[in-house]
Design a protein around this ligand. Structure first.
Ligand code: NAP
Length: 257
């Protein structure tokens, strides 16, 4: 059974590892190409956009894909909309792995906001020292609040033109430890953390570190991300694929053969 996994996340990589040696499934993992040196995976991997929903539908048909798993990042809403539409166009089943968002715990001081522009104004008028961990694509929004000093942590460096004037870029790939995050916040005298509500374990330590140090967190809420069937784990995605396979390769009489 041919599966397209839309990836770029821990869950997509875990799914690829789980099914790599399973002869019943032939997986292709698709990455957007947002990082210059993506981690390698033990399955066929393609990189780059498809050209919208219709381009994705063409690719699905051309490669004889039998099912799609959308395991993209919670903030990657466009590819999910395209995937739902392409699945519909092709009549192919699709399910999404939806990571639970982080929830505030006792001791957290969160300011929850809806977009990156709002994030820049939420820091306030007075100059602050901000840890900005939103990836590189939306950093430009913070040029609107140039009075702050930003420590921008990304895997690849943002474009120079996107950076606010007072900035230091730290290039690092998660996962991150609690001790490491506390040390980072202290070393840079950070007094405010800005993050997307990505959820998951790999980058949660900064939230726990902010709580430990009594720092506010500006938490950017998730966009609407279309999903036909939302699954909450890689295990659930494997079980769903098993069911699709049983339906796909069921007894010959079931299939009218
Ligand atoms: P997006 O807005 O959902 O997608 C934009 C376009 O990128 C899509 O229309 C598609 O191009 C292509 N694309 C996205 N994911 C793809 C995949 N897995 N395989 C092939 N093509 C893909 O997503 P984004 O621009 O990448 O990111 C939006 C937000 O998500 C940002 O905040 C970013 O930091 C966050 N994020 C994304 C990723 C990721 O791997 N994409 C990882 C971590 C965080 P076509 O229309 O041409 O097919």
């Amino acid at each position: 059974m041919r599966i397209l996994v839309l990836g770029g996340t821990t869950e997509a990589s875990a799914l690829a590892r789980r099914l790599a040696g399973d002869a019943r499934f032939s997986l292709t993992l698709s990455l957007a190409g947002r990082t210059a040196a993506p981690q390698s995976h033990p399955v066929a991997t393609r990189i780059g956009g498809f050209g919208g929903a219709e381009g994705l539908a063409r690719w699905v048909r051309a490669h004889g894909i039998d099912a799609i798993v959308d395991a993209t990042h919670p903030f990657a809403a466009r590819i999910s909309a395209n995937a739902v539409e392409a699945a519909q166009l092709c009549g192919v089943p699709i399910a999404s792995v939806v990571r639970a968002p982080w929830q505030p715990r006792e001791g957290d001081d969160w300011i929850c906001i809806d977009g990156f522009d709002e994030g820049a104004s939420a820091i306030g008028k007075n100059p602050r020292r901000v840890l900005l961990t939103i990836g590189r694509q939306e950093v430009a929004a913070f040029r609107a609040a140039p009075q702050h000093l930003y420590i921008v942590r990304t895997i690849d460096p943002p474009a120079a033109a996107d950076l606010p004037p007072r900035v230091e870029v730290i290039r690092r790939r998660g996962p991150f430890s609690l001790d490491g995050e506390i040390a980072l916040l202290r070393a840079h005298g950070i007094d405010c953390v800005i993050t997307k509500n990505a959820g998951g374990e790999a980058t949660y330590a900064k939230i726990a570190a902010a709580r430990e140090l009594g720092l506010p967190v500006i938490m950017i809420s998730r966009p609407h991300k279309p999903a036909r069937l939302a699954l909450d784990s890689v295990d659930a995605a494997c079980a769903w694929l098993e069911r699709q396979r049983n339906a796909h390769c069921g007894p010959r009489s079931d299939r009218g053969v």
